[in-house]
Design a protein around this ligand. Structure first.
Ligand code: FMN
Length: 255
């Protein structure tokens, strides 16, 4: 009798769980602060014998966190527009997104004093680098965007890359997912070189790279004056692809 009741309860709860998840085929673990039923086996005090039954407990699903970093000093510029397109896709999947614009923070270049080699998270430079680096370490994935400046990333972003020697000492970014995007003022203005520089940064940290789908290396846009990115549908579409691919990989690797 107990067995039949358990089976009936199990069928009901499986149905309820699938309904909550919006169907069995949606990726699990990336849909936000929902709840999941887990089977739990407990031992009941019996008459001299140990008996166990299946109970169901509710657990909060952990929400994924993605940090996006805008390497441009223009916080509302074209790189920001591309990041927004990627972020919309992530939020659609219930993923938490936080953006840091390097135009809003002060990150100075690395002085090569090597103090962080001796003492973890120690750096004599007084600026915002440690705060930003801690957010990077806390994130499940990091999307980095930069305008093309003379064929590469901005000096602001390169300074952050160099200061990441701090978490590097304890492999703080290892296995995280990273995605790159860039925007240049002209077509073939160095977008691929810039994306490649960001991907190289991910590789140095043993991260995993998300592309924008379709065999691409990342998302790339063409726009010069602030806001012009809204006219570059191809660039925005590649940014959306980067967001979707990041969400997909998070669902695959962070269950
Ligand atoms: C110092 C500087 C260097 C630039 N170098 C390039 C370049 O090498 N190739 C290119 O296509 N655009 C170049 N640009 C144009 C920017 O990449 C372009 O305006 C971009 O949309 C700026 O993005 P933002 O609005 O996010 O700052 C440069 C702009 C500046 C200010």
């Amino acid at each position: 009798m107990h067995r039949l009741q358990d089976l009936w309860l199990f069928a009901l709860l499986v149905r309820a769980t699938k309904k909550r998840e919006g169907g069995a085929h949606r990726p699990r673990g990336v849909q936000g602060p929902e709840q999941l039923y887990f089977r739990q086996t407990m031992t009941l005090p019996g008459s001299g014998r140990r008996r166990s039954r299946v109970r169901f407990v509710l657990k909060e699903k952990e929400t994924m966190k993605v940090l996006t970093i805008n390497g441009s000093p223009r916080r509302g510029g074209n790189t920001a527009g591309m990041l927004s397109a990627a972020e919309d896709e992530l939020r659609r999947e219930g993923i938490d997104v936080e953006r840091i614009s390097l135009g809003d923070v002060d990150i100075k270049p690395c002085d090569a004093c090597e103090e962080c080699h001796e003492t973890p998270w120690s750096c004599p430079i007084e600026d915002d680098a440690i705060d930003v680096l801690k957010k990077m370490v806390e994130a499940d994935a990091i999307l980095i965007g930069s305008p093309v400046y003379f064929g590469g990333v901005t000096a602001q972003l390169k300074a952050l890359f160099d200061r990441s020697a701090i978490p590097y000492q304890e492999s703080g970014l290892r296995d995280k997912i990273g995605g790159a995007l860039s925007c240049g003022g002209v077509r073939q203005g160095g977008q691929e070189l810039t994306v490649s520089q960001i991907i190289t940064f991910f590789m140095t940290h043993d991260m995993q790279v998300a592309n924008a789908g379709e065999g691409s290396y990342g998302a790339m846009g063409v726009a010069d004056d602030e806001g012009d990115i809204s006219k570059d549908e191809e660039g925005l579409s590649s940014a959306r692809g980067l967001g979707r691919r990041t969400a997909y990989l998070l669902g695959k690797t962070r269950q």
